[in-house]
Design a binder for this molecule. Structure first.
Ligand code: GLA
Length: 388
């Protein structure tokens, strides 16, 4: 059969319209969350399994009172150990410390904040509470009915029921179940960077994914994990982020210089900023580190580009993150055990000979420099500047 040219034209138009509208439908299923790295608070490092409803409400209150909410921190996330038993229908309930999950979610929402929860694709969580294995659909529906806005899904006992090659499917199962609820729920994968998760997490609905094991409570882990993130930058962007674990800022045993190093590096990495210290007892100095607006702006920059290593000489490490206005955020880090000058050469940043430098922690213009900029950096410390 022969078609006239006008029929061929109409046919092409139809194909175009079908393709266009189906991609629009796909886009509309995408909930548009995490366009910038998510910010909030998580209970794990502060409370471990001692977490209660009252503690969570108190953190939400503090986040509003101490200015964090105004700076973009919005998720209040319960980590492990909220789970009680399932009832005869299989519906999960909070344990005795969480008698009214919907009431708690409503309270957090009434503060203008969002509510996050935690589960596992395995039968048990890492804290040996009920996981979601075999109950994925029902759990997603339950979370949505409570008003959950964020789910951290932690592998834990997943390895007891799935082979490593089934991991993607296990994560997709919950990703799809969350989508089917119709409620926008940010999906946070936690499986410690196994199976090169950054290559497939977005395809199973993930908005962020842990790239490594836990930081635990020490700066040595922050340094090891943080400075290992180079090379992962091409997998991050609006809607999907590498997650090198929570901010330890404000936890005991970590100095303010070490805290500034983590905050500077995490912002250069466009990492999710999930604080973990008790926001009611955090020191003013640590709170100031969590709430420096110019530093946070590096993390939340509209271009959504994760930074990378520029140079490394022994313990001296320089990282840069391209920003939307064409300038660069640059971190000068000293991982050594004594103070040291650290230098960034402008040619390594692709910048012209002379450039203006602004100190972001001090919110101060430092002037115009030729060819390079050098800062004196305390041991285990970091200096964060914007260079234009
Ligand atoms: C794992 C995760 C942590 C935390 C605990 C809870 O270790 O990596 O972030 O969620 O489980 O048991």
């Amino acid at each position: 059969m022969k078609y006239s040219s006008s029929w061929r034209f109409t046919g092409r138009c139809l194909v175009f319209i079908i393709l266009f509208s189906s991609s629009a439908i796909l886009r509309s299923q995408d909930h548009g969350l995490a366009q910038k790295p998510p910010m909030g608070w998580n209970s794990w490092y502060g409370d471990l399994c001692q977490v209660t409803d009252a503690m969570i409400r108190a953190q939400a209150d503090a986040m509003v009172r101490n200015g964090m909410k105004a700076l973009g921190y919005e998720y209040v996330n319960i980590d492990d150990c909220w789970q009680g038993k399932r009832d005869a229908r299989g519906v999960i309930h909070g344990d005795k410390n969480f008698p009214d999950m919907k009431g708690l979610a409503d309270y957090i929402h009434s503060k203008g904040l969002k509510f996050g929860l935690y589960s596992s694709p395995g039968p048990l969580t890492c804290g040996r509470r009920e996981g979601s294995y075999g109950h994925e659909e029902l759990d997603a529906q339950t979370y949505a009915a409570w008003g959950v806005d964020f789910l951290k899904y932690d592998w834990c006992s997943g390895g007891e029921v799935y082979k490593p090659e089934q991991m993607q499917a296990a994560y997709r199962k919950m990703g799809d179940a969350l989508k089917r609820t119709g409620r926008p729920i940010l999906y946070s994968l936690c499986q410690y960077g196994l199976e090169k998760v950054w290559t497939w997490a977005p395809s199973v609905g993930g908005n962020m994914w842990r790239t490594t094991g836990d930081l635990d409570y020490n700066y040595d882990r922050v340094s090891l994990v943080g400075f290992q993130q180079d090379g992962l930058e091409r997998f991050a962007g609006p809607g999907h982020w590498n997650d090198p674990d929570m901010l330890l800022v404000g936890l005991k045993k970590i100095t303010e210089d070490e805290n500034r190093t983590q905050m500077s590096l995490w912002c250069l990495l466009a990492a999710p900023l999930l604080a973990s210290a008790d926001l009611n007892t955090i020191s003013p100095a640590s709170l100031a580190i969590l709430t420096n607006a110019e530093v946070i702006a590096v993390d939340q920059d509209a271009a959504g580009i994760q930074g990378h290593r520029v140079s490394e000489e022994g313990p001296l490490d320089v990282w840069a993150k391209p920003l939307a206005d064409g300038s660069k955020a640059v971190g000068l880090f000293n991982r050594g055990e004594g103070p040291s000058p650290v230098t960034v050469n402008f040619k390594n940043l692709g910048l012209k000979k002379a450039a203006a430098v602004r100190d972001l922690w001090g919110a101060k213009d430092l002037g115009t420099f030729q060819d390079s900029f050098t800062a004196n950096v305390p041991m285990r410390g970091g200096v964060l500047v914007r260079i234009k």
